[in-house]
Design a binder for this molecule. Structure first.
Ligand SMILES: Nc1ncnc2c1ncn2[C@@H]1O[C@H](COP(=O)(O)OP(=O)(O)OP(=O)(O)O)[C@@H](O)[C@H]1O
Ligand SMILES: [Mg+2]
Length: 328
């Protein structure tokens, strides 16, 4: 069963254009001119129940706009959306009861009150029974390790603790579909990892369908087999992250620590020289030749240490955007 179906989604924002200066203000009072921002342009994709999908793109690509359309906060300019067989923008109670949008940069918690107050408010909004509330809350605070902090005013919590409370507040009604917009932004690596592991568990336990946007490729790499790549509102790629890396970066890096200095001219024949500052030498070779080249290097030079590495996903992705694919 498809949990989410997006067909030809487009979303334009109309922004009011005003000429600078007083005259501009005066003019704008009489004739309003608008400019259209095409935030999302003709995007289609489907997600099955229980799938965890990564949504990648540079700033302004249209990720948040898409998630807002899917959670019913924005009315699409064109296209058909279906989430759990609901039309999101109708915002029916039965729909809202089963989804959640978590935004790392926006908070729903009351600043001066303990997180518990927000949890209780959400319990009422979503009509969660006392028994379910107790059970879910107890489970969430344990898993996220914040049991002792639920009665502390939110303003006294650290950024990471606050984010965990945000996540709990968003999950108190046990939603089946989660839209996560940069849930780990600004957090240290330990906290990022904790949240990542929690999300993975949540996905597995509830067979929850999850779309995750993140600028941290580690999040995407750890959680999502399949990714969508978006730029300038257009979909550039929909498929496995691993296939993308293979296709986009059909090479590996070989890092060698030499025992004795060798003139760089002698190294240049072993693939594409990336860097050489004795004793460390890095060369890039086609994936399928990596083994052979390493054997050759070991035969030819006195070598202290050698390692083969895949290119970083970050680099692969930024290469795609640098190529300017999908631009106007
Ligand atoms: N309320 C709005 N009014 C006008 N334009 C908007 C509005 N919200 C977003 N935009 C524009 O729509 C485009 C897509 O924005 P969106 O927030 O969806 O990008 P994003 O992929 O989430 O970026 P980021 O990674 O920075 O969060 C951008 O050009 C942005 O300036
Ligand atoms: Mg965004």
């Amino acid at each position: 069963m498809n949990s989410i179906s997006v067909k030809h989604l487009s979303k334009n924002y109309l922004i009011h254009k005003k000429t600078a200066g007083l005259l501009g203000t005066a003019k704008a009072m009489f004739s309003r001119s608008y400019e259209t921002v095409k935030a999302v342009q003709d995007i289609s994709f489907e997600i099955e129940e229980g799938e965890m999908l990564g949504f990648i793109g540079p700033n302004g690509a249209g990720k948040t706009t898409t998630l807002k359309c899917l959670s019913g906060l924005l009315y699409p300019t064109a296209g058909n959306l279906s989430v759990l067989d609901f039309k999101p923008f109708e915002r029916k109670h039965d729909f809202l009861r089963q989804i959640s949008l978590i935004m790392g940069q926006k908070n729903q918690l009351w600043w001066d009150l303990p997180a518990m107050d927000t949890f209780l408010l959400n319990k009422e909004i979503y009509g969660v029974s006392d028994a379910d509330f107790e059970e879910t809350l107890s489970d969430l605070v344990t898993r996220l390790d914040v049991r002792d902090l639920v009665h502390t005013p939110v303003r006294k919590l650290s950024l990471g603790q606050r984010m965990k409370m945000e996540i709990i507040a968003a999950l108190i009604h046990s939603p089946k579909v989660l839209f996560l917009d940069e849930p780990t932004i600004g957090l240290d690596v330990v906290m990022q990892k904790a949240i990542r592991e929690f999300l993975k568990e949540y996905n597995e336990r509830y067979r929850a369908t999850i779309i995750l946007t993140s600028h941290y490729m580690k999040d995407v790499e750890a959680l999502c087999k399949r990714v969508l790549i978006i730029n300038h509102g257009k979909l550039l790629y929909d498929g496995l992250l691993q296939s993308l890396i293979k296709k986009q970066a059909p090479y590996k890096f070989i890092t060698v620590r030499l025992k004795t200095e060798v003139p760089s001219g002698k190294l240049a024949v072993f693939g594409q020289m990336k860097s050489y500052t004795f004793p460390e030498w890095v060369t890039a070779v086609p994936n399928e030749r990596a083994g052979v080249v390493v054997a050759d290097i070991l035969k030819t030079f006195a070598v202290e240490d050698v390692s083969i590495e895949e290119p970083e996903i970050e680099d692969v992705i930024s290469e795609i955007f640098a190529e300017g694919k999908g631009g106007e």
